[in-house]
Design a protein. Structure first.
Length: 62
């Protein structure tokens, strides 16, 4: 069984989320089981439910 996004991405984790065809940098700001809320650099919040659309931020991808 795969882990839930709330288990994989603790609060304040730097991540990238895919919106359309582009990846955006953000931070996990809230857990709402079984998904996470991510705030991007421009202040928008996104409810992420799909594990294929979120990944940890790689330090070299700023």
């Amino acid at each position: 069984m795969s882990k839930r996004l709330t288990d994989l991405y603790p609060l304040k984790t730097a991540v990238q989320i895919k919106l359309g065809e582009q990846w955006y940098i953000g931070v996990v700001v809230h857990h709402q089981h079984p998904a996470v809320w991510v705030q991007t650099k421009n202040g928008q919040r996104w409810f992420v439910t799909n594990g294929r659309r979120i990944k940890p931020l790689n330090e070299h991808e700023d």
